[in-house]
Design a protein around this ligand. Structure first.
Ligand code: BJW
Ligand code: ZN
Length: 258
């Protein structure tokens, strides 16, 4: 799919040029062009290898405390595989465009649901990670973080402090989001002039409600996504296509043309 020529309304360009409080909420779609799989898009089964194995499971069924209790090794291995996949990829033009946007807007907050760390790698600085980071590993019992563990093929590695099982420091369904990150995100969403929702299906709470909070406080809401979402009807501007194509063109149109 190609974004084709994108026309940005003059009203939006002018608003963005004068904007000093801007929020961008990102989801898995932003990292799709780096080669990472999204959660809810249809995926062709590879039929072989690990990717094929995981395609038998719905990601949401693995991203929960219940799944970890039921089969810790299955969940650990899924994250170990994804951790390696993340290490092998690099930011794409969408990540870099958002990092550049931050240079032009004094009060820019990037709120991400992604656990891959690609926004920071692209140079974004004011980043709130709502769902944690897949490269961090901690004890499921005592919360102690660890950077070294014995990767046993038979069982999940254990905490050196209390013997509890190790797990990724990500937020699973039914778990609370990191309070400091969520509070800062809510505050930024309520105070911003423009709110971008980019590459997210907008179905996972509480992240999905941030765009509506911004809208209710009078912010202009802009959606960039491959397909319509529950936010589309409420958004003031909608651009359907790939974020890695649309975002660089937007930055060019708003901040690079005098
Ligand atoms: C492109 C593209 C391209 C593709 N360019 N676009 C209120 C009402 C109902 C339920 C709840 C509620 N409050 C809480 C809940 C329960 C639950 C929830 O939301 N459930 C719903 C699914 C119904 N939420 C929680 O449990 C949260 N905890 C919480 O609220 O605690 C308090 C509480 C608990 C229980 C009850 C009440 C209160 C925690 C949520 C944690 C989510 N964790 C995961 C896994 C993280 C670790 C990991 O990576 O494994 O986070 S699930 C998964 O979904 C991951 C993502 O961050 C998240 C969002 O997905 P995202 O990013 O939107 O990806 P996709 O795949 O869905 O969408 C990609 C989009 O991109 C698509 O639209 C594509 O079209 C598009 N796209 N290529 C542009 N190139
Ligand atoms: Zn422990």
């Amino acid at each position: 799919m190609s974004a084709g020529p994108v026309a940005f309304p003059a009203q939006l360009v002018t608003l963005l040029r004068g904007s000093s409080r801007l929020v961008a909420l990102t989801g898995a779609g932003v990292s799709q062009e780096s080669g990472l799989r999204t959660f809810r898009d249809a995926h062709p089964s590879t039929g072989s290898g690990r990717a094929g194995l995981w395609s038998q499971h719905k990601p949401e069924d693995l991203a929960s405390p219940e799944a970890f209790r039921r089969d810790p090794k299955l969940v650990w291995d899924w994250y170990a595989w994804r951790r390696e996949a993340v290490k092998a990829v690099r930011p794409n033009p969408g990540h870099y465009a958002l990092a550049e946007m931050e240079q032009h807007v004094p009060g820019f907050t990037l709120i991400t649901q992604n656990v891959d760390g690609l926004h920071r790698m692209a140079g974004s600085q004011n980043v709130l990670e709502l769902h944690g980071n897949i490269q961090r590993v901690r004890c499921a019992e005592c919360y102690t973080f660890t950077e070294v563990w014995d990767d046993d093929t038979e069982s999940v590695p254990r905490c050196r402090v209390c013997g509890g099982l190790l797990r990724p420091d990500v937020v699973w369904f039914g778990e609370s989001l990191p309070r400091d990150q969520l509070e800062a995100a809510v505050e930024a969403a309520r105070a911003c002039e423009v709110f971008f929702s980019i590459g997210t299906s907008g179905v996972v709470q509480p992240a999905a409600s941030l765009a509506f909070a911004a809208h209710n406080r009078g912010a202009v809401v802009v959606e960039i996504n491959a397909e319509p979402t529950p936010l589309t009807q409420k958004a003031d501007h909608v651009f359907h296509g790939r974020s890695g194509e649309i975002l660089p063109r937007l930055v060019e149109a708003v901040w690079k043309i005098t």
